[in-house]
Each structure stands twice: as structure tokens, then as C-alpha cells.
Design a protein around this ligand. Structure first.
Ligand code: C2E
Ligand code: MG
Ligand code: MG
Ligand code: MG
Length: 278
């Protein structure tokens, strides 16, 4: 039926919704299987100190190689996991795997590990206990772990979320605000959450560079953050010009395809070994 078929277009949208619901259900069933059968992996993307060029940390990014669909993006499967309750096991798996890997890397490098955490995990009463247990079991020094939390979480601003973040900060875990700029105003976060250690500026601002407006926004965020001892990461850096502009604005850290894309654990091991030799 043609898309412009008139009044009963609604019926067509309902069918689309049902199809989408069915696809999501299938995907969530497959995702549960993938978790049970170790079909998920993590890649690690280096984060660079802009002034020294050193790798200070890596960010763990979940990857799913689906048997028939091929590689499914976390942008697709993380929301599915959030809607179907799988996010807690997915998140715990990612945290444990990333911390084990980071503990192993401490033998060759003092890099930190950054793990993305969903709002739903933070609201789970066990979350702080789980993080503590993972740190104990993997023997990763607590100061090496940072949790990246996207802006939408902070918007929810519940007592549970605040208590969890305060407890994690007290443990020595770093709290990073991911994708800053996609929603609210950074002053609000600085004022309400003294636990935040770093802002990660949303890729959209970096990729809009060079340009007067995005550069003005980035500079303003950097001065504000620095006044509160919060460091700033520019993510999604794809060109030398973007990196130069970040450096000029006083941004501390950078991450992006220009510097290094997400890579397997063994590729990162080689990179770290080469750097410590050179
Ligand atoms: P994010 O945490 O903001 O991660 C940055 C995303 O940007 C990653 O996409 C990364 O591969 C991509 N990226 C890095 N450098 C560049 C660049 O120079 N240009 C461009 N265009 N992209 C770049 P990815 O791996 O597809 O992850 C998407 C999102 O999925 C992440 O955004 C994060 O919110 C979520 N995610 C990934 N792994 C996990 C996880 O283990 N748990 C949770 N809760 N969320 C995760
Ligand atoms: Mg992130
Ligand atoms: Mg981000
Ligand atoms: Mg993002």
C-alpha cells in the first residue's frame, strides 16, 4: 500500500509499531543468549592527554556480533537491554570484563578504565555493592575506575542516583558526565553534583568545529569546568583542526578516530607496549 494512501495511514503505523515490537523482542531474546554464551565483547578506545600526548585511560565499548544480523551497535542493543531488564546483567558483565582487563594492563601501564553506566543500573539498590565486589575481585586499584554517565541520567536526579554517586565517589571511583551538551546546563550539574570529576563534551559540538559558535561553547564549558576543578574531554575528534581548537580552548583530554578508534584488548596491549618502549 502506498504511503500516501489517506485516512487509514494510522493502520499502517500500527503495523510498523507491531513489527518494531516483534523485532525488539527477538533482539532481546538473542541478547539474553549472547550474554549467556559470551558472544559479547568489549573494545577499548584510548583517551589522550592533549598536552603530553599520553594515553591516560581507555573507554570500554560493548560489541555484539550477532549470528545473522552481523555487528549490532550498542546504540541499538543498549536501549533494548534497558527496556527488557537485561541492562543490569549486561552492565555487570561489562564492568567485570573491563576491570579484569584494566587490572591486567597495570603490569605494563598505569592507565585508567572508563565504563559506561546506564541510568537503570544506578537506580538498582545493589549497584554500589556490585562495583565494590568487582574492584575487590579484580584487584584493580579503585582510583583507576571511572564511570561514564550520560546526561539523561542526571536529569532524572533522584535521591537514589545521588546517593549512589556520592557513595561511589567516596570509594574513590571517578564520575564522568558523558555527552554533555545534549540536554541541560552544565552550571546545574556543577552546583548539584560536586562528585563529578570530568565533563565529556558531546561529539556534536566537536564535529561542528571549526566554527565560531561551537568553539565559543567549548571554551565557555572549559573555563567553567576548570573553575570547579572539573576536567574536560573532547570526544569524537576526527580532524587535526578540531584537536588544535580543543587545545587552544584549554580542553584537557581528547578521544576520537583521529587519535585512535576503539580496538580489541590485544591491539591495545600492543599499543601500550610500543609506547612504553618508545
Ligand atoms: P559514548 O559512551 O558516548 O561512546 C562514544 C561513541 O562514539 C562510541 O560509539 C565510539 O565508538 C564513538 N566514537 C569514538 N570516536 C569517534 C569519532 O571520532 N567519530 C565518531 N563519529 N564516533 C566516534 P559506540 O561504541 O557505537 O557506542 C555508542 C554508545 O553506546 C556509547 O556512547 C554509550 O552510550 C553506549 N555504550 C557502549 N557500550 C556500553 C556499555 O557497556 N554499557 C552502556 N550502558 N552503554 C554502552
Ligand atoms: Mg562514554
Ligand atoms: Mg559520549
Ligand atoms: Mg554517546
Amino acid at each position: 500500500r502506498a504511503k500516501d494512501s489517506g485516512p487509514d495511514n494510522t493502520a499502517m503505523f500500527d503495523t510498523d509499531d507491531r513489527d518494531q515490537a516483534r523485532r525488539q523482542l527477538a533482539l532481546s531474546t538473542d541478547l539474553r543468549g549472547a550474554l549467556d554464551h559470551d558472544d559479547l565483547t568489549l573494545e577499548y578506545q584510548p583517551i589522550f592527554d592533549i598536552a603530553s600526548g599520553r594515553i591516560t585511560a581507555v573507554e570500554a565499548l560493548a560489541r555484539w556480533n550477532h549470528p545473522t544480523l552481523g555487528v549490532v551497535s550498542p546504540a541499538t542493543f543498549v536501549p533494548v537491554a534497558e527496556r527488557t531488564g537485561l541492562i543490569n546483567s549486561l552492565g555487570l558483565w561489562a564492568l567485570r570484563t573491563a576491570c579484569e582487563q584494566a587490572a591486567e594492563w597495570q603490569a605494563i601501564s598505569d592507565i585508567g578504565m572508563r565504563v559506561n553506566v546506564s541510568a537503570l543500573q544506578l537506580r538498582q539498590p545493589n549497584f554500589v555493592a556490585e562495583v565494590t565486589a568487582v574492584l575487590l575481585n579484580t584487584k584493580l586499584p579503585v582510583g583507576k575506575l571511572g564511570l561514564e554517565i550520560t546526561e539523561t541520567v542526571w536529569l532524572a536526579d533522584t535521591v537514589q542516583v545521588r546517593d549512589a554517586l556520592t557513595a561511589l565517589h567516596a570509594l574513590g571511583v571517578s564520575i564522568l558526565l558523558d555527552d554533555l551538551g545534549s540536554g541541560h546546563n552544565s552550571v546545574t550539574y556543577l552546583n548539584r553534583y560536586p562528585v563529578i570529576e570530568a565533563f565529556k563534551i558531546d561529539q556534536a559540538y566537536i564535529q561542528a568545529m571549526p566554527g565560531r559558535r561551537p568553539e565559543a561553547i567549548v571554551s565557555a564549558i572549559v573555563s567553567l569546568a576548570h573553575a570547579f576543578d572539573v576536567s574536560v574531554v573532547g570526544e569524537g575528534v576526527e580532524t587535526q583542526t578540531q584537536l588544535d581548537r580543543l587545545r587552544e580552548s584549554g580542553c584537557d583530554l581528547a578521544q576520537g578516530f583521529l587519535l585512535a578508534g576503539p580496538a580489541s584488548a590485544s591491539e591495545v596491549t600492543s599499543m601500550l607496549l610500543e609506547r612504553s618502549a618508545g
